[in-house]
Design a binder for this molecule. Structure first.
Ligand code: MIC
Ligand code: SF4
Length: 643
């Protein structure tokens, strides 16, 4: 039986388990990446492991999230990460060099390799045929130390692409169509593999837009084959030698198939407040807009920016609209500066931002109250923009640029004939903002620079015999990690200070949560389905840990967050009868007796709502390794016990 591309790469990296779908497998990791907002914790954890040099083929630390520096915290954290990298064998991409996923694709990604990154959009690397997975910082730290990375052996979904995109219909519209069909939960436990004749019509940056936003499906990752187009891209980056051809066998068997005829797609938008709330631009046409932001790891490539410049040429941004543009990397910005496209953007009235995440993570450019903002980003969760009632629509760069000129939602197909924009034969390559580590023999001479913002991470305790605690919070479906541990200009600088950042835990849902949880001492959280979707931030587990949360009981979990909870030693459980969710209220007392024994004995465990006086059953479907981590009180304790 033939293999899918996913199976080929995973089995070539398999170090534990068997390729049986749904079972846990351990894979060898070739490359890692971190960004600064998750990186400080990841490097503190790496230091705690006591491994002198990273054991991966390549590990890179990027500074791209916290670049606002409206206090000493960000700059201190940058210095800390830079010095750790120098010492421990990690490449350091300095602030200003660009967004981690864009730069990694340009400069470091290699087809057929495995990459984990402490950022949920790491699957961008799937655009050149990598198995690139978003993970918690602790998992990345372990992988840097040469440890195995564990995932559930995924199902593989074939997205069969036929036809060719019509002029002004974009890669963003492809992934929005997939989101519309599969929803934000549709990818859980699955890898989305793109095949078919239509693949050949998509360039690497377009493929990367699609795999990047596969994160919003909840998928483990997404992947394209590595073909001649991949080779051309790598050649233009001066890296042709890392190319290999990779594709699924012709008789590969997939678990599901989705057919998409590219020729039939139209411009789309994800409407507030979910990436799968997709409508056609036609349906929205004519509605007034207030802001347009172009950039983020989804849509900030040279190709995207050139299309935007083409649309803006000799025009002026509508008087009622603010247009912000953040090119994705120094390479992109440099090339735009040299070929005149930057001048076109400035001339049209765009506000040029540095090459970083910026408004995507609420670092500036929050829209006005109730403001309608069109963004080329990947997430439009409520409040993420920094304006609680901001109305964020996710669109292609083409739709964004043309609407910035008209001041209303506008279908870019009104522009008429296609623009003749292709990728350059050679990108401008200058890696002078990537600092290599010192050789191993000079390691001792490097001092790690720690600012006062860096506090040790909370220590978790081994699993108690009985969990007897009150419900400190009950929430509904699709709770994102932006709800659990918000980001933005005020809170992001506190990422290396868990006691401080915990003050904002769940503040979007309930401002009193922090105080209530502390007062309860220990507590349990109750949630709905797809709990913890979105970002990989382990702070969404570490802050609840600090606040005494012992278990999270929900209808279903998103993959990375569930792994982060186990890593932190918080027990993630799911209802067997979802109707039990309705019976439990905030402040009810929940008791789970002999929890360790119950977990050891099997998948079903018994719990009691002491306040209401009824028993209910929970699913505790853990692998042996996960059970041991929970008994030990998390991954760090477990690793220490076993080293
Ligand atoms: C995001 O897009 O939400 C982030 C900010 O990049 C996060 C990482 C973080 O919270 O630091 C992600 O996607 O994992
Ligand atoms: Fe940065 Fe936004 Fe991409 Fe997250 S989604 S890595 S915040 S650009």
């Amino acid at each position: 039986m033939g293999q899918t591309l996913t199976e080929k790469i995973l089995s070539a990296h398999l170090v534990e388990g068997e390729m049986v779908k749904g079972s846990e497998i351990g894979i060898r990791i070739d490359q890692t990446l971190t960004q600064d907002a998750t990186g400080t914790m990841a490097y503190l954890e790496f230091e705690a492991m006591g491994v002198p040099r990273v054991k991966t083929e390549r590990s890179v630390a990027y500074i791209d999230h916290n670049t606002l520096q409206n206090g000493f915290e960000n700059a201190d954290d940058h210095r800390f990460i830079g010095s750790v990298c120098k010492k421990h064998g990690i490449y350091f991409s300095r602030p200003g060099n660009g967004i981690c996923h864009q730069v990694h694709l340009e400069r470091f990604g290699i087809p057929g390799k495995t990459l984990i990154g402490s950022d949920s959009h790491t699957p961008t690397g799937g655009g050149i045929g990598m198995i690139a997975i978003g993970a918690g910082g602790m998992d990345v730290a372990v992988a840097m130390g040469g440890g195995t990375y564990y995932i559930t052996c995924p199902k593989v979904v074939k997205v069969n692409l036929t036809g060719k995109l019509q002029p002004w219909v974009a890669a963003k519209d492809v992934i929005l169509e997939v989101l519309k069909r599969l929803s934000v939960k549709g990818g859980v436990g699955k890898v989305i593999e793109y095949t078919g004749e239509g693949v050949k019509t998509l360039s690497v940056p377009e493929r990367a837009t699609i795999t990047n936003m596969g994160a919003e499906l909840g998928a483990t990752t997404s992947i394209f084959p590595s073909d001649e187009i991949t080779r051309e891209f790598l050649k233009a980056q001066g890296r042709e030698e890392v190319w290999t051809e990779l594709k699924a066998d012709d008789d590969a068997v997939y678990d599901e198939t989705v057919d998409i005829n590219l020729s039939e797609l139209a411009p789309l938008a994800a409407c507030p407040h979910s990436p799968d709330n997709v409508k056609s631009i036609k349906e929205l046409e004519g509605q007034k807009i207030d802001q347009v932001c172009i950039g983020s790891c989804t849509n900030s490539s040279l190709l995207d920016m050139m299309k935007v410049a083409y649309i803006l040429k000799d025009k002026t941004v509508h008087p009622d609209v603010s247009l912000a543009i953040a090119p994705g990397s120094k390479q992109v910005l440099n090339m735009l500066a040299n070929n005149g496209a930057l001048a076109i953007m400035i001339d049209a009235g765009a506000r040029i931002l540095e090459s970083a995440c910026g408004p995507c993570i609420g670092m500036g450019q929050s829209p006005n109250s109730k403001g309608i903002s069109l963004r080329t980003f990947n997430r439009n969760f409520e409040g993420r923009s920094g304006t609680k009632d901001g109305q964020i629509y996710l669109v292609s760069p083409e739709t964004a640029a043309v609407s910035a000129l008209t001041g209303v939602f506008t279908d870019p197909r009104t522009l008429g004939a296609a623009a003749d924009i292709t990728l350059p034969e050679k990108f401008t390559v200058n890696d002078n903002m990537i600092v290599p580590p010192v050789p191993a023999e000079e390691m001792d001479s490097v001092e790690v620079l720690r600012g006062p913002n860096i506090k040790p991470f909370p220590v978790s305790e081994p699993l108690a015999e009985t969990i007897d605690a009150k419900v400190s919070l009950k929430v509904g479906d699709n709770i994102t990690t932006d709800h659990i541990m918000p980001a933005g200009a005020k809170i992001l600088p506190l990422r290396s200070n868990i006691p401080k950042i915990s003050e904002y835990c769940f503040a979007v849902c309930d401002e009193k949560f922090h105080d209530r949880a502390l007062e309860m001492g220990k507590s349990v959280i109750i949630g709905g389905s797809n709990y913890g979707q979105g970002s990989s931030r382990e702070h969404a587990a570490l802050a609840p840990l600090y606040l005494g949360v012992k278990a999270v009981i929900v209808k279903s979990f998103a993959r990375i967050h569930m792994a982060n909870l186990i890593n932190a030693g918080i027990v993630p459980l799911t209802f067997i009868n979802e109707s039990d969710y309705d019976r439990i209220d905030q402040t009810d007392e929940i008791k789970i007796e002999n929890i360790g024994e119950q977990i050891a004995a099997g998948n079903v465990i018994k719990a009691t709502d002491v306040t209401k006086g009824f028993d209910f059953e929970l699913n505790a479907d853990f692998s042996e390794r996960q059970k041991k981590m929970l008994y030990a009180g998390g991954l760090l304790n477990y690793t220490k016990q076993n080293s």
